[in-house]
Design a protein around this ligand. Structure first.
Ligand code: HEC
Length: 261
C-alpha cells in the first residue's frame, strides 16, 4: 500500500527534564506492555500484524473522545476490560484480529494512566496526516499549526487514498484481492524507500539553513542551499504523485469511488 511513513519526532528544544523523563518512562512501559501486539510504525506487511497499529487505534479513539481525559479513561478501561460492545475498532477489525485479551495482570491501572496519556500525546503524529499519500489534509479546513512543515510542495488537495486504504485494508466492501494487496504493498514499499531517502536530506538541509540564517549568514551564501531544498521537495512531491498514480492503477473505479466517498 502506497503510504509513506513520514512521521517525524518533533524535536522539543525546551522540554523540561521532568516531563522528558515521564515521557520516556511511559514510552518504555508501552514498549514492554503493549508493543508486542501494537506496532508504532506502519509495517511493511500488514498481514503479519496481530493487532491494529497504534496510530490507527488512536485515530479512532480521538474521533470518539474529544478530551484527553475521556480518551485516557476509555483506554484504561478497555485495556483492562475489553468488550466488543465498547470497541471503537470496526467489527471488521475485531473479526480479523479477535478481541484484545484483557491486560489485567500485565499492567497496573497506574501504569496504564501513563501509557494512555503518552499514546494520546504522540499518536497519530501531528504531522503524519498530510504526509501520507494524500489523506486527511484536504479535509482539514485549517492545518494544525503544530504540524511540521511538509516536505512536499503541494501540502493539500491531493487525493487521500493511503490512510483510508490502511484503515480499510480488510474492509469487505472494498474487497481488495490478494493480488491487489500484493501490488499495493509493493507500491508502498517503493514509496517509502524513496521518501526515506529524500526526507532526511530535506530535514537536514532545513536545519542547516535555519541555523545559518540565525547565525547571520548572508543570503547569497544560502541561496544554493535554498535551491537544493526546492529540488529535494520537488523530488518528494514526484514520489507522492507517482504513488497516487500507481494506486489508482491498481484499484478498480468502484473501489476508488468507495474510498473517496
Ligand atoms: C496480545 C496482544 C495485545 C496486547 C499485548 C495489547 N493489545 Fe490492545 N488490542 C489487541 C487487539 C487484537 C485489538 C483489536 C481488537 C479490539 O479492539 O479488541 C486491540 C485493541 C486495542 C485498543 C482499541 C480498542 C477499540 O476497539 O476501540 C486499545 C485502546 C488498546 N488495544 C490498548 C492497548 C494497550 C494500552 C496495551 C498495553 C497495555 C495493549 N493494548 C496491549 C491486542 C493486544
Amino acid at each position: 500500500m502506497p503510504y509513506k511513513k513520514l512521521i517525524f519526532t518533533t524535536t522539543l528544544l525546551c522540554l523540561s527534564f521532568g516531563s522528558a523523563l515521564a515521557q520516556e518512562n511511559a514510552q518504555a512501559l508501552f514498549a514492554s506492555k503493549c508493543a508486542s501486539c501494537h506496532v508504532t510504525t506502519p509495517p511493511a506487511d500488514f498481514s503479519k500484524l496481530t493487532a491494529p497499529p497504534i496510530m490507527g487505534v488512536m485515530r479512532h479513539v480521538k474521533m470518539h473522545h474529544k478530551s484527553k481525559e475521556a480518551a485516557v479513561a476509555f483506554i484504561v478501561d478497555y485495556t483492562l476490560n475489553p468488550q466488543e460492545e465498547k470497541a471503537l475498532c470496526t467489527t471488521d477489525k475485531i473479526k480479523h484480529f479477535g478481541l484484545m485479551p484483557s491486560q489485567r495482570g500485565n499492567v497496573t491501572q497506574e501504569e496504564l494512566q501513563r501509557i494512555a496519556g503518552w499514546m494520546y500525546d504522540n499518536f497519530p503524529a501531528a504531522s503524519s496526516s498530510k504526509k501520507q499519500c494524500g489523506t486527511q489534509q484536504a479535509r482539514q479546513a485549517t492545518p494544525s499549526p503544530k504540524a511540521a512543515p511538509s516536505q512536499f510542495l503541494i501540502a493539500s488537495g491531493m487525493p487521500h487514498m493511503t490512510k483510508l486504504l490502511m484503515q480499510q485494508w480488510d474492509d469487505s466492501t472494498l474487497a481488495l484481492t490478494p493480488d491487489q494487496k500484493k501490488k499495493l504493498l509493493r507500491v508502498r514499499q517503493q514509496t517509502m524507500q524513496a521518501v526515506k531517502r529524500i526526507t532526511p536530506r530535506i530535514r537536514g538541509l532545513q536545519k542547516t539553513i535555519i541555523h545559518k540564517t540565525m547565525a547571520g549568514e548572508s543570503p547569497n551564501t544560502l541561496e544554493p542551499m535554498v535551491k537544493k531544498l526546492g529540488q529535494l521537495k520537488a523530488q518528494a512531491t514526484n514520489v507522492h504523485v507517482q504513488c497516487i498514480y500507481d494506486t489508482k492503477n491498481i484499484l478498480t473505479e468502484k473501489q476508488m469511488a468507495y474510498l473517496s466517498r
